[in-house]
Write a protein that binds this ligand. Structure first.
Ligand code: WTA
Length: 569
């Protein structure tokens, strides 16, 4: 029996107070995600239950009970307090997927500070713009990443503390650096959790748009109400489940459903901090007897590519429920799941800004492979006309995805960027920037993005960020960055470059440019190809028309460029 039971019953008279009641929360109460994910679970008699099973490179393992994560988050929280970090200060977590990442996330929230997780593979520039925008006060990092922080430190006047969690005591510390070791610190048993309220800020995730710098999506502690219930109903997490969310907490899936959802439900979860390989993943599932697995289409397509025989080498009969997020999940992947695991992948659609799942496939609901399913109970969703912003009632018509912004986990603003935040709303609807259509049965089908953002393997890349990095190279006069098709990642980054006179458009130059931008960007944002071009297509007012280059890459009709020019102007 699944947690949700009948979808049709659940949507009748749905009220978020249902989740509030289960969490014993009433309006006006203190609500602190750090406490809910650790102390409360211990208070419920599950102190000795396993919370985290971690595996790193070379098969190194660590395990933590709910009492261990309660103590560890107290200890980290108290260390941050001793350093002078206060509620609402931004604390960046710049770590690989080591246990300290998960534990400091809770510790930061427990002192009422704002957790700002960033992907540890980010290069200097990607890190710099995000720390600068958030006016981040402290950063928790590892020896192997501290060099990046040192190189940009001069440009970050607000950053007062660099905390290294794995210092070996050998190399001298530099300006603003201190050492913290969870293993050596005295565990803090009694801790005053900061009395955050529903609207107190909790997490700041950075996401990329088409233009401008990445935006800091501000979430609040009340987001727990949505994250808890969606984890319970869609991921169907149950007491004895062993759960694996494959996402890195540098992205929203890794926090909403890789920390908050499972731990607020008191579920055991596993983390694998190694690179991807089909064998390593299957082995991990088999060894840990994973029952519930939340992953992403690119990973699933990579597994499909590795072949069915690889699956057969392992006993994966422990699996009972699979779900996916981040990009369009093609019908073939759903069907493949049924063939090799005896289970389909349940697609879920949402984004950094929404904080929790919006469109979902539920256990006990008929899956239509390739469809995103239906709106989660309590979510008012519509396809709206891109010009009038009025809902389209008929099925089969493509329009913009739109949500009434009234669910608990909705972002509260973009950090220091209220203007862009306000632009995301039209006619009372929140527009996530995607296009879709409905079928006769009310199922949602993804059509594409409504902007130039590139979704490569589930990671959103701003063409602007890559173009800016390219433009800093001395030989580059102009650049335009678009998606090009790819079998596994669906989209990869392609750069068009106009060179300044006197430079040779050859392989050596390409290598030189690639090496230059590699230091600035994350590996995910790196172009797979650079094409030299004499000039870029532009509107009359001089804006680059990425859409024309995009259409060329995808073999699509370019259409009437004169109207395109008007549109873009
Ligand atoms: C895309 C990830 C198709 C979409 C949680 C969205 C999807 C963006 C799906 C958010 C899906 C996410 N089918 N596309 N099931 N899920 N997307 O902010 O374009 O990293 O707006 O959040 O990914 O990406 P983000």
């Amino acid at each position: 029996m699944s947690n949700i039971g009948s979808y049709n019953e659940r949507i009748k008279n749905f009220d978020w107070s249902l989740s509030e009641k289960e969490l014993e929360y009433k309006e006006g109460d203190i609500i602190n995600i750090g406490w809910y994910c650790s102390d409360r679970i211990c208070n419920m008699g599950k102190a000795d239950k396993l919370a985290l099973k971690w595996e790193g490179l070379g098969g190194k393992e660590k395990q933590y009970t709910f009492n261990d994560i309660r103590l560890a988050s107290n200890t980290i929280g108290s260390h941050l307090r001793d350093l002078g970090i206060k509620n609402e200060d931004r604390v960046c977590i710049f770590l690989d997927r080591i246990p300290e990442l998960y534990l400091s996330f809770l510790g930061i929230l427990k002192i009422g500070a704002i957790a700002q997780p960033l992907f540890s593979a980010f290069g200097d520039e990607s890190l710099h713009v995000r720390l600068e925008n958030a006016e981040t006060k402290a950063i928790i990092t590892q020896r192997k990443h501290v060099g990046k922080v040192r190189r940009i430190l001069e440009k970050l006047p607000y950053l007062t503390n660099i905390i290294i969690v794995d210092h070996d005591g050998k190399k001298p510390l530099k300006e603003k650096e201190t050492v913290f070791s969870l293993e050596e610190a005295t565990p803090v048993e009694e801790f005053n959790v900061f009395p955050t309220k529903a609207e107190s800020p909790s997490v700041l995730h950075y996401t990329s748009g088409t233009t401008g710098q990445p935006k800091g999506v501000k979430h609040v502690h009340y987001s727990l109400i949505s994250q808890y219930l969606t984890s319970k109903w869609v991921l169907d997490l149950q007491e004895d489940d062993i759960y694996w969310c494959t996402a890195d907490p540098g992205w929203v899936t890794g926090t909403s459903y890789g920390i908050i959802g499972p731990w607020s439900l008191g579920i055991t979860q596993c983390v694998l901090d190694t690179g991807f390989s089909a064998d390593a993943w299957y082995k991990f599932i088999e060894k840990n007897k994973i029952t519930m697995w939340y992953s992403a289409p690119t990973a699933i397509r990579s597994l499909m590519k590795a072949g069915d025989d690889t699956v057969k080498k392992y006993d994966l009969s422990c699996l009972r429920h699979l779900a996916s997020v981040g990009e369009p999940l093609n019908a073939e992947a759903v069907i493949w799941g049924e063939k090799v695991f005896g289970l389909p992948f349940y697609d879920t659609y949402w984004q950094t800004e929404t904080g929790s799942m919006m469109l979902t496939n539920f256990p006990e609901m008929k899956i239509k492979p390739g469809s995103m399913g239906k709106a989660f109970p309590g979510i008012t969703a519509a396809i709206i006309n891109a010009k009038t912003y009025e809902p389209i009632a008929e099925s089969g018509i493509i329009g913009l995805i739109a949500f009434k912004p009234d669910w608990p986990a909705m972002m509260r603003t973009y950090w220091n960027n209220e203007k862009t935040y306000n632009e995301k709303f039209k006619n009372g609807w929140y527009l996530p920037g995607d296009k879709a259509k409905l079928d006769e049965d009310g199922y949602w089908w993804f059509v594409g993005r409504d902007d130039d953002v590139i979704n490569t393997g589930g990671h959103l890349i701003s063409p602007f960020e890559v173009e800016s990095a390219l433009l800093e190279h001395e030989a580059v006069a102009e650049s335009a960055v678009v998606a090009k098709p790819d079998d596994v990642n669906m989209e990869v980054v392609k750069a068009f470059v106009v060179l300044k006179p006197g430079n040779n458009a050859d392989d050596e130059m390409e290598l030189n440019i690639m090496n230059f931008i590699r230091k600035k960007l994350s590996p995910l944002a790196m172009p797979q190809e650079i094409e030299y071009i004499k000039s870029l297509p532009k509107t009359r007012s001089g804006k680059i028309m990425r859409r024309i280059l995009h259409a060329q890459e995808w073999g699509e009709e370019i259409g009437d460029t004169s109207t395109l020019e008007d549109e873009e102007d």
